[in-house]
Design a binder for this molecule. Structure first.
Ligand code: KIV
Ligand code: ZN
Length: 513
């Protein structure tokens, strides 16, 4: 038993995180992340904003129906229609929370809402009251609280708690606060709001100045009991407070913060990988806790120190956050059981069918590449589990040639149903451009590439190349991912992955030439 205060971890990867440009997720992907969040041990999962779109509604509803082990929360403005819709989506949850919000800062009152302070208090109270009529777990957020006049913030918070809010969340919506200021605001609320002991104080910090984690920690030291955060810190603009960083700060420095969470920290790296592979938003190498370099020691003096005594240069153990201890090499002679074991220790749970498919690809790869590392295995698995669920179009063959001062040449054959279509062209400014043009010609789908990234799965020039790209079609973004030792082929596979998502979602009748 410790005397540490238990901090509630409220994850908003599926709501605020999904607001990151290009991060929209389909239902299956959201379900997968929701289950991973339960396994990670988050207390509250904000699953979406049900009034925002039919897709958001369906996701909150499905997560409420089938995910068990965490409280499921839905966001709503302080408007009857929003709150009714949120409850409709949440009502089957094992434990539900309605989160209502209304902006309170002078800027938002004057320019966005055109409402007086009296009207704001009235609407906030009406919103909380309606939410309470459905559910006894209600959170209220005065949006842009960090820029709200202090007296008015106290007034709204007190009124919301009187109306039945059990959590009051203090958002720094535009990432403007500094750590000292955020801490003072929480302390001020504790000191001045007479009924504050009837609610948990929460913080929701954005990262525009890179201060979201520091601001959240400062709120904790001043009395906040809940932190709103996202995996990998994804979210609107520069993102939200990063779950892995804030949790590991509280754990590693529990001597200072005197706090603990229910997070199973060994699930941090697998959760980070999952969110990154689903959203296509890669984690920077030097990102604290989950970045590839977070535990890599380069300097000779550091390596020497580490060999003598790990704690000379390491404040956390990589295995405590879910990095596997060794980068065991697999190869041609490794069997299915060894692969399954590696997949397991990397944090993946594969069905028999998925394991079979990954094993087939693993054997092909082992023919091309002598040593297969964890990064290669992770890339093969993620390709398998996150490619478009239905493959309307598939690659039969692909050939590309390019060279200095020459137009690239491409020959591409795709299969659609039982028909094959071939396009041969000499166009574009390089083989990648030519691959896009050939795919457009065959599928009849106009492909506007908004983002394109290549990354090697491991070290070495024989490594697997992972291509992730984003294509805009009819105003919606579609991600695609491809993996191959040949990066041009990986590109073609990624383009087709995005095309298959377009066809699936838009139900496009493919036009062939
Ligand atoms: O940033 C913000 O203010 C929000 C609220 C809805 C909590 O996301
Ligand atoms: Zn936010």
């Amino acid at each position: 038993m410790t005397d540490n205060r238990r901090i509630v971890i409220f994850d908003t990867t599926l709501r605020d995180g999904e607001q990151s440009p290009g991060a929209s997720m389909n239902l299956n992907e959201k379900m997968e992340i929701a289950q991973a969040l339960v396994d990670l041990g988050v207390d509250v999962i904000e699953a979406g904003f049900p009034i925002a779109s039919p897709g958001d509604f369906e996701a909150v509803q499905e997560i409420s129906r089938s995910i068990r082990g965490s409280t499921i929360c839905g966001l709503a403005r302080c408007a009857e229609g929003d709150i009714d819709r949120a409850w409709e989506a949440l009502k089957h949850a094992e434990a539900a929370r309605i989160h209502v919000f209304l902006a309170t800062s002078a800027i938002h009152r004057e320019f966005k809402l055109k409402m007086t302070t009296e009207e704001i208090v009235k609407r906030a109270v009406a919103g909380v009251t309606r939410a309470v009529s459905y559910c006894d777990n209600v959170e209220f957020s005065p949006e842009d609280a960090a820029r709200t006049e202090r007296d008015f913030l106290c007034e709204v918070v007190e009124a919301a708690i009187d109306a039945g809010a059990t959590t009051v969340n203090i958002p720094d919506t535009v990432g403007y606060a500094t750590p000292a200021q955020m801490g003072e605001t929480i302390k001020m609320l504790c000191d001045r709001v007479p009924n504050i002991d009837k609610a948990v104080i929460s913080v929701h910090c954005h990262n525009d100045l890179g201060l979201a984690v520091a601001n959240s920690l400062s709120a904790i030291t001043n009395g906040a009991g809940q932190i709103e955060c996202t995996i990998n810190g994804i979210g609107e603009r520069a993102g939200n407070c990063s779950l892995e960083e804030v949790v590991m700060a509280m754990r590693t420095r529990s001597d200072f913060y005197g706090c603990e969470t229910g997070i199973n920290t060994q699930r941090l790296v697998p959760s980070s990988r999952l969110v990154s592979s689903i959203t296509g938003i890669q984690v920077q190498r030097n990102k604290a806790i989950v970045g590839r370099n977070a535990f890599a020691h380069e300097a000779g003096i550091h390596q020497d120190g580490m060999l003598k005594e790990r704690t000379t240069y390491e404040i956390m153990r990589p295995e405590d956050v879910g990095f596997t201890k060794t980068d065991l090499v697999l190869g041609k002679h490794s069997g299915r059981a060894a692969l399954a074991d590696r997949a397991n220790s990397l944090g993946y749970r594969l069905t028999g069918e998925q394991l079979h498919a990954v094993f087939e690809e693993f054997k092909d790869l082992a023919d091309k590449k002598k040593e297969i590392y964890d990064g290669d295995i992770a890339a093969l698995i993620e390709k398998q589990i996150h490619s478009a669920p239905e493959q309307e179009w598939s690659v039969v063959s692909f050939e590309a040639t390019s060279g200095t001062g020459r137009k690239p040449k491409v020959s591409l054959t795709l299969r659609h149903g039982d028909q094959e279509f071939t396009e041969e062209l000499s166009d574009g400014d390089g083989p990648i451009d030519a691959a896009f043009l050939a795919t457009e010609k065959i599928t009849g789908i106009r492909l506007r590439c908004k983002d394109y990234q290549v990354r090697s799965a491991t070290l070495g020039h024989d490594a697997l190349g992972e291509v992730t790209l984003e294509i805009e079609y009819n105003g919606t973004s579609f991600r695609g991912r491809g993996v191959s030792t040949d990066t041009v082929e990986a590109t073609v596979l990624a383009i087709l992955d995005a095309v298959n998502r377009i066809v699936l979602t838009q139900n496009t009748t493919s036009v062939t030439t």
